[in-house]
Write a protein that binds this ligand. Structure first.
Ligand code: FDA
Length: 398
């Protein structure tokens, strides 16, 4: 079998690149070992797929080269994808922070991509194992469970390592290494954090409590990323919710995160005011007005604060309480790993890839798109936008 373009991976980036290449008149085959195309799309956004964001800028991405994403995002922007969604009559809505979701189901996004592929004659083969890939003067030769397949161009869109149950494999990284490319160390991103036993004893009973926080990766006063003001959820094993997932992308191994439990207030000022207005009230009563009562109690126990009248608090005590509430330094035990992570940080070093075409600089005809590259977006539709943009660019050039 001979094709102009073979795409490995029928996920977000793979389907987009296949439809784009086929629309240019290329004969395209997509191969995937899974039983179903677009599995991650189907479960994304709680089944409604947060397919892009109204405010996509390069700063929303982590990548060894922060400029790398610029060209692809400009060549195929969120507006282009929204245009496709509208052409297919898919109803959608905007949530907080500009996140766009389907009104009905993520299935519509997969159907849209499959129908774009179908319309342009893309052939799709699922449940297909790729045994080896070689490259010579004739292009690429793939030994697969379907037999030998020849291709002029090869697009690798095998995604990252998160959620192995859904078919994630390191195959894209192995192929990149086979062709002499560097794969930067990978780790789980957009991932819940687990607590050390000494914190777990205080916070585990609060499982289910959710509150608006502002979380920044890194120690107090030495942030290693931006602050994210969103919900934090306390779970049986640790902390989760959008603010935690966002900060997890920027947390260095073993690093703490700094949590502002009252991001809209200066706790030192609030305490000073409470001290002058109602000096006889006890500390727990006051804190319970600002925080969920059980969290206030747990914090007091963890910090060993006695429940004295506010009037008794010294300046040093006020400043300690204020610091603990506005900049609570949480040292996680670790994270939940690829089992629950939404994305994979690290991956194929973008230094070896043309940002304008997604083609490998050293192997002509070899393209990479999507999460397999060292590009990770924030939570909020940015990872799918990267898959659409990089997939489109690869499809335009393969
Ligand atoms: P993707 O993982 O989509 O596709 C890779 C494909 O390659 C898969 O079909 C896989 O089977 C195939 N493959 C892998 N190894 C293979 C091999 N050896 N042989 C053949 N085929 C192989 N992002 C976002 O922007 N908004 C959201 O709402 C969400 N929600 C979300 C929820 C959950 C639970 C997860 C796990 C992730 C998200 N994401 C997200 C992230 C988003 O799903 C992810 O970034 C994109 O799917 C990446 O697209 P890719 O096409 O690169 O990989």
């Amino acid at each position: 079998m001979k094709f102009d373009v073979v795409v490995i991976g029928a996920g977000a980036a793979g389907l987009m690149s296949a439809a784009t290449a086929a629309a240019r008149g290329r004969k395209v085959l997509v191969l995937d070992h899974a039983k179903q195309a677009g599995k991650k799309i189907l479960i994304s956004g709680g089944g409604r797929c947060n397919f892009t964001n109204m405010d996509v800028v390069p700063g929303n991405y982590l990548c060894g080269n922060p400029h790398f994403v610029k060209s692809a995002l400009a060549q195929y922007s969120h507006w282009d994808f929204i245009g496709m969604v509208c052409r297919h009559g898919i109803a959608y809505h905007e949530r907080d922070h500009g996140q766009l979701f389907c009104d009905d189901s993520a299935k519509e996004i997969v159907q849209m991509l499959l129908s774009e592929c179908d319309q342009h004659g893309v052939q799709l083969r699922l449940r297909t194992e790729i045994q080896s890939v070689s490259h010579g003067e004739e292009g690429f030769s793939l030994a697969t469970s379907l037999g030998r397949i020849q291709a002029e161009s090869l697009i690798v869109a095998t995604g990252g390592l998160s959620m192995p149950k859904l078919g994630a494999t390191p195959y894209g990284y192995q192929l990149a290494e086979q062709f002499g490319l560097t794969v930067l160390p990978t780790r789980a991103g957009l991932v819940p954090l687990t607590l050390r036993p000494e914190d777990k004893q205080h916070f585990e009973p609060l499982s289910g409590i959710s509150l608006t926080t502002s979380i920044q990766a890194g120690p107090r006063g030495k942030p290693s990323g931006p602050a994210f003001t969103e919900q934090m959820l306390i779970t049986h094993r640790g902390v989760s919710g959008p603010a935690v997932l966002q900060a997890s992308n920027y947390r260095g191994i073993g690093e703490p995160v700094c949590v502002d439990l009252l991001p809209s207030a200066d706790v030192a000022e609030l305490l000073a005011e409470a001290k002058s207005k109602s000096p006889k009230r006890q500390l727990l009563t006051v804190l319970s007005e600002w925080l969920p009562g059980r969290l206030a109690e747990a914090l007091m126990a963890r910090q060993a604060w006695s429940n004295e009248q506010i009037a008794q608090l010294s300046k040093a005590q006020i400043s300690e309480i204020a610091q603990s509430l506005n900049a609570f330094e949480l040292k996680p035990a670790g994270d939940e790993g690829y089992r629950t992570a939404e994305v994979t940080l690290g991956g194929i070093d973008t230094d070896q890839i043309s940002s304008k075409t997604m083609e490998c600089k050293t192997v002509s005809g070899l393209f990479f798109a999507g999460e397999v590259l060292d590009v990770t977006g924030w939570l909020g539709g940015y990872n799918f936008q990267w898959a659409w943009s990089s997939g489109y660019v690869a499809g335009q050039n393969a």
